[in-house]
Design a protein around this ligand. Structure first.
Ligand code: SAH
Length: 368
């Protein structure tokens, strides 16, 4: 049993069941017991491997995607580059390193990071110390956006988020005879474990997409009010500021039922209540919902496109071919297996999706 498990049992006995959303928030970001507060999640030795940790090509191609837009925007002189959930700082290091071929762009960049984990902030500072760009850290997306807001519309905001939205809390609802009940977290009969219960009465605060209204009994749906809020805030920002955003994550592109909340520890799936605070918790991202919010805000979404399509359009295969020319046999094997990992349909190629947002319509963008 983990320390967070005991803490949550006490909390539930005092105050009653928690929503899945509160459980996720505690498990991931509780400052004392939360997963991101004390673990080093990423890499072969961590619990899971993200695309930037697979290969430097990932961050490089994203850097080139933004460089292309910067050139097409006629080289704005001040750029605010915001990264949501930078993890080990690997994506940003690869992004900035590739821009050494375009120092004019590199020099315009002010860096802004949204990160809740103090431990990861230290790792990010160390990883990025070779880059003299101005750097700022924030706990919330809202505060990063207000710090980069430019009423005159001269400064530009670029936003990148890889595997950030999957970590934001979700609520789950389950359909029963009388309507949708919220799935809550309570203490099991033994008094020592956590388990799911349904709210005794159906709830009415869940706004369902019309496709889901007639879902079958016992169907589960997931919503992420925090994702909605963050995306709305970003869109409001792009109504006033020039710029572009790129969101990459695993997820689905049509509204659907089904439970996707998952726990991963040491590269293995676990029950969501087995290691609270010691396993990563995440849920698939509803890209259809993000897409619709962007449209609602009168901005144009690009994609969601499968990661495979985006990276191929950005030239990942050509990049590998160039690198293969000077590679040792061992490097050759690594390059080929990294490429496969990023774009193969049975690895990250189709489950992962890429969604772009652009504030100015008159530019043709790459990748979609
Ligand atoms: N982008 C990185 C890391 C992804 S993991 C990569 O691709 O490797 C998720 C990241 O988001 C971590 O840095 C985590 O600390 C951060 N994070 C999770 N929930 C957050 C929240 N609610 N607010 C801010 N950062 C959060």
């Amino acid at each position: 049993m983990t320390a967070l498990n005991d803490h949550l049992i006490k909390l539930i006995k005092l105050h009653g069941p928690l929503s899945i959303s509160n459980y996720m928030t505690e498990a991931l970001t509780n400052p004392k017991y939360g997963y991101y507060a004390k673990q080093i999640p990423f890499g072969e030795k961590g619990d899971f491997v993200t695309a930037p940790e697979v290969s430097q090509m990932f961050g490089e191609l994203i850097g080139l995607w933004f460089a292309d837009i910067w050139l097409k925007m006629k080289k704005p002189r001040t750029v605010h580059l915001i990264e949501l959930g930078p993890g080990n700082g690997t994506l940003m290091a690869d992004f900035l390193r590739v821009l050494k071929v375009l120092p004019e762009f590199l020099d315009t960049i002010n860096l802004h990071f949204v990160e809740t984990s103090k431990q990861l902030i230290e790792i990010q500072k160390e990883k990025l110390k070779e880059f003299p760009n101005n750097k700022n850290w924030y706990e919330t997306v809202k505060s990063a956006l207000s710090a980069t807001n430019d009423e005159d519309g001269v400064e530009v905001t670029f936003i990148i988020a890889n595997e950030f939205f999957d970590a934001l809390p979700i609520r789950q609802f389950q359909k029963e005879e009388l309507g949708w009940h919220e799935r809550m977290v309570t203490v099991g009969e033994s008094g020592k474990n956590l388990e799911v219960m349904l709210s005794p009465f159906p709830v009415h605060d869940v706004k369902l997409n019309e496709k889901l209204v007639n879902a079958l009994q016992h169907s589960i749906i997931e919503v992420s009010p925090m994702t909605d809020f963050v995306v709305f805030e970003i869109c409001k920002h792009f109504q006033k500021n020039k710029g572009a955003a790129l969101f990459i994550d695993y997820g689905y592109d049509e509204h659907s039922t089904g439970e996707t909340l998952q726990a991963v520890k040491n590269h293995n799936y676990q029950g969501i209540f087995e290691f609270p605070g010691e396993a990563d918790l995440s849920a698939h991202v509803n890209f259809k919902r993000i897409h619709d919010i962007v449209v609602e805000c009168d901005l144009t979404p690009y994609g969601p496109a499968p990661q495979r399509q985006f990276l191929s359009a950005m030239g990942i295969e050509e990049r590998v071919k160039t690198l293969l020319k000077d590679a040792t046999p061992e490097q050759t094997q690594d390059l080929i297996s990294d490429l496969k990992r990023l774009i193969s349909p049975d690895e990250m190629g189709t489950l992962f999706k890429v969604l772009g947002i652009l504030s100015v319509e008159s530019i043709e963008i790459a990748g979609f």
